[in-house]
Design a protein around this ligand. Structure first.
Ligand SMILES: [Cu+2]
Length: 219
């Protein structure tokens, strides 16, 4: 088990938290300034225009305050560039499948079902049984038309299933046994809604027992 690898769902979650906190803080700051200016510059009883108010038929002079605008543009540019770079690093990490996954599962989408193949050649349809705390790479493709493989309960576990192309998505399986839904995320025809499967997480001992049974079945 590769406990030292940070699973993609944690990476996505921390990125999401960072942006949420930043957005709420910025929103609060902008709202506070807006409220302050609304009160400070509210219309007074005197209705005279200020001296620098624009007049109809004249173009306002651009000489003043350009420096400030350029400065603000630079500050925004630095923030946006910084956030982009900061987001690219974890995105790149998640995009690349790990070098030594504990298990590689081939996933093939068909209209309208999911089929799975284990490293030892065992195949299942409609369900994939996996042990807890395991670094799994799903190699996803399609046998007919465009589908998309996704596990809604696991952040970021979603990838296109395209005929002739193999896309990878990887997860660390949950630490507790349980059942997780697998869905098709690309509208693919009349059976799309029913194109579901189950990811069944079991203890490593139970997984071994299940696998041995499967191997006996297939002779
Ligand atoms: Cu589909």
């Amino acid at each position: 088990m590769s406990a030292e690898v940070v699973p993609p769902d944690e990476v996505w979650w921390s990125l999401f938290k960072m942006y949420t906190i930043a957005a709420v803080a910025l929103g609060a700051f902008v709202s506070a300034i807006l409220a302050y200016f609304m009160i400070k510059y509210r219309e007074k009883a005197v209705k005279e225009d200020p001296v620098d108010a624009p007049k109809p038929g004249t173009i306002p002079s651009m000489t003043a305050k350009v420096g400030k605008s350029v400065f603000m543009l630079l500050v925004s540019g630095i923030i946006v560039t910084g956030l982009t770079v900061y987001s690219f690093i974890p995105t790149d990490y998640v995009e690349k499948p790990p070098k030594n996954p504990d298990m590689v599962i081939w996933v093939t989408g068909y209209a309208w079902r999911w089929e799975f193949e284990y490293p030892n050649g065992v195949k299942t349809s409609g369900e994939v049984v996996l042990p807890t705390n395991t670094l799994v790479e799903f190699k996803v493709t399609s046998g007919d038309l465009f589908h998309a493989f996704g596990i809604p309960d696991i952040e970021g576990a979603k990838i296109d299933a395209i005929p002739g192309i193999v896309n990878s998505v990887w997860i660390t399986t949950p630490s507790e046994p349980g059942e997780f839904e697998i869905l098709c995320y690309e509208y693919c025809g009349i059976g799309h809604t029913y194109m579901t499967a189950k990811m069944i997480i079991v203890t490593p001992e139970e997984f071994e027992r299940w696998m041995n049974e499967k191997l006996e079945e297939s002779g």
